[in-house]
Write a protein that binds this ligand. Structure first.
Ligand SMILES: Nc1ncnc2c1ncn2[C@@H]1O[C@H](COP(=O)(O)OP(=O)(O)OP(=O)(O)O)[C@@H](O)[C@H]1O
Ligand SMILES: [Mg+2]
Length: 263
C-alpha cells in the first residue's frame, strides 16, 4: 500500500526547474533511498513533501487520498510526515532532553501559559516522560542533561532524529543523515535508522554514501535534473548504466558499491 504519492510535481525557483513533473510512490513500511547528483532536487523534494515549499504544480497524496500539497509544515508534521535537515537544526544551548521536550511543545502547539498555570501539568509530565523515552531509544539516555553544543557531530545528528521522533511520525524524511560522520558514527546511525524503521515508521532517505544506501534501502529512486531517472532495488541501481553515468559522470561503478566491470 502506498503511503505517499507524488503526482506530476514541479517546483520552480524563478527560471530554474528544481523538480519537473515528478511522479513518485512511497510504499508503507519501506526504507526508500533518494539519490542523485548535487542539485538534482532531492532536498527540494523533501521541502515540498514536508510543506516547507508549496509546489509550483502537481499533487501529493498521503495515506491514499488525503491531499497535502500546499499545507503548512506544522500541519503536515501533525498528520505524521516529519523531516530532519541536511544541517541539523538543534538548540545548541539547550540540553539534549530539553531539545526533545521543546520539539514536543512545538509539535503540540501547547500554550506555555497553560503549563505555568498548572492546567497542563499532567500533559507536561507525560511530555517529559515521552521525551526521556525517545532520548533513551536513540541511545542518548546518558547524555540527557548535556548541552547539545557539547555533543560530537554524530550525536548531534542522532539528536536531530530524536527531535523528529518527538513528533511521533508515520513517515520520517532523513536528509543526508550520515553526512560528515566518522565510520563509527555512521555505523551507529545506521543501526538507529534500522531501529526506528522496526517501529513501523516508513523512511525516506537522501544520502550520498552509496554503500550505506545500498545496505539500508529496500528501493531506490534516482533523481537527475529534477526528474526521475530510474527506480529499482539496490542491486538494479548499482548496475544501471544511466545511473552510473548521471551520478558519477564516470564509468567507475565501484563508488556505487557495485562490481567493477571491464569496458
Ligand atoms: N530556495 C531556493 N531558491 C533558489 N534555488 C533553489 C532553492 N532551493 C534549491 N534551489 C536550487 O534547486 C536545485 C535543486 O536543489 P536541491 O537543494 O534540491 O538539490 P539536492 O539534490 O538536495 O543537492 P545536494 O545533494 O547538493 O544537497 C539547485 O539548482 C538549487 O540551487
Ligand atoms: Mg540536498
Amino acid at each position: 500500500m502506498s503511503i505517499i504519492e507524488v503526482k506530476g510535481m514541479s517546483k520552480h525557483f524563478g527560471g530554474l526547474a528544481a523538480l519537473s513533473n515528478l511522479d513518485l510512490t512511497i510504499r508503507e513500511g519501506e526504507i526508500r533511498g533518494i539519490i542523485g547528483p548535487n542539485g538534482a532536487g532531492k532536498t527540494t523534494l523533501f521541502n515540498v513533501i514536508s510543506g516547507v515549499y508549496r509546489p509550483t504544480s502537481g499533487k501529493i497524496f498521503y495515506l491514499k487520498n488525503k491531499r497535502i500539497d500546499g499545507l503548512a509544515s506544522s500541519k503536515i508534521a501533525k498528520i505524521g510526515i516529519v523531516r530532519t535537515f541536511q544541517r541539523t537544526a538543534i538548540y545548541h544551548n539547550f540540553t539534549v532532553l530539553k531539545n526533545v521536550i521543546v520539539a514536543r511543545h512545538l509539535h503540540a502547539k501547547e500554550s506555555i501559559l497553560s503549563i505555568f498555570a498548572g492546567t497542563g501539568k499532567k500533559r507536561e509530565e507525560a511530555n517529559i516522560k515521552k521525551a526521556m523515552e525517545i532520548t533513551e531509544f536513540m541511545g542518548l539516555g546518558h547524555l540527557q542533561n548535556e548541552l547539545a553544543e557539547n555533543l560530537p557531530h554524530g550525536h548531534q545528528r542522532v539528536l536531530g532524529v530524536a527531535i523528529a521522533l518527538a513528533c511521533e511520525p508515520k513517515v520520517l524524511l532523513l536528509d543526508e543523515p550520515l553526512a560528515g560522520m566518522t565510520p563509527t558514527e555512521k555505523a551507529q546511525m545506521i543501526e538507529m535508522i534500522k531501529k526506528v524503521h522496526q517501529q513501523g515508521i516508513t523512511i525516506l532517505m537522501v544520502e550520498h554514501d552509496m554503500k550505506s544506501v545500498m545496505e539500508l534501502c529496500d528501493y531506490i529512486s534516482v533523481l537527475d535534473f529534477g526528474k526521475l531517472l530510474v527506480e529499482g532495488t539496490p542491486a538494479e541501481i548499482q548496475n544501471n548504466e544511466d545511473v552510473i553515468t548521471a551520478y558519477l559522470g564516470t564509468e567507475d561503478i565501484t563508488s556505487l558499491g557495485g562490481e567493477k566491470v571491464a569496458a
